[in-house]
Design a protein around this ligand. Structure first.
Ligand code: HPA
Length: 248
């Protein structure tokens, strides 16, 4: 079975609406279980595979997601192109709630996660080129698809990835801004690096849920508001990916 596009859904995206001829697969991987079944179905005449990163009922926090198993599962089912949907906080002023961004760079602040498929006894050490962490052609296809759907989207940005599950302090965000981060999320790494190890085409569609700590004028970040903004931003995902598939 060939898969035209795999989608990893983040917070707020636990199922992909509109799939037909749906199959569910539980994939065994050498790294243990993926976050859940891979759901495959037809969408706009193409085959799409969907996996909920945090599990279908959001039971896995960012540091406990089995990123290796997730990417391995999608790859072993035949996926070669992966769009990762990530909820993020906006650091840059023009990245307020509900903004859509396709980042082009990453700074990794996570720790204690398995960062390589080669992190097993006896494996060969492999250094991947990660100067450009995302696949440019896939990034551009997402941007073009969103614009063709009449949606505003920001092309480029530095995605800072923190450990979570707590949100950041104001000082941490101020430091990340000085580092050059435009966005902050908790799940962008090691996912992107693992995708590169498998030679997958990989890009991120970031949905801004809130201004990061101290970046907006709110004294505190409301979790209810985060989820309301995320729901609104998430509604744009199927039209964008549908257009991307139709144009592919
Ligand atoms: N920080 C980190 N991750 C996030 C945020 C945030 O403010 N909002 C949504 N995901």
């Amino acid at each position: 079975m060939s898969i035209d596009l795999a989608v990893i859904g983040g917070s707020g995206l636990y199922a992909f609406e509109g799939l037909e001829n749906v199959e569910r697969q539980r994939v065994e991987t050498p790294f243990g279980p993926a976050s859940g079944d891979v759901v495959t179905g037809d969408f706009r005449g193409k085959r799409l595979a969907f996996l909920a990163r945090h599990g279908e009922s959001h039971t896995l926090p960012p540091h406990r997601v089995n990123y290796r198993a997730n990417l391995w599962a999608l790859h072993s089912l035949g996926a070669r192109r992966v769009v990762a949907v990530n909820a993020v906080g906006g650091i840059r002023d023009d990245m307020g709630p509900r903004t859509l961004v396709v980042p082009d760079q990453i700074i990794d602040y996570t720790h204690g996660r398995y960062t390589s498929f080669n992190d097993v006894d006896g494996a060969e050490v492999r250094h991947i080129d990660f100067s450009e962490p995302y696949t440019q052609s896939l990034r551009q296809a997402i941007v073009a698809a969103a614009r063709a759907e009449g949606l505003a989207i920001i092309d480029g940005g530095v995605h800072g990835v923190t450990q979570g599950p707590r949100l950041e302090t104001r000082a941490e965000i101020a430091r990340m801004r000085r580092d050059g981060c435009d966005l902050v999320g908790m799940t962008g790494m090691p996912e992107a690096a693992l995708a590169r190890e498998l030679d997958l085409e990989f890009a991120c569609l970031a949905l801004v849920a809130n201004y990061a700590a101290g970046a907006g004028d709110e004294a505190e970040i409301s979790i209810e508001e985060i989820f309301a903004h995320l729901a609104a931003a998430t509604a744009n995902v199927p039209p964008i990916l549908g257009r991307l598939l139709a144009d592919a």
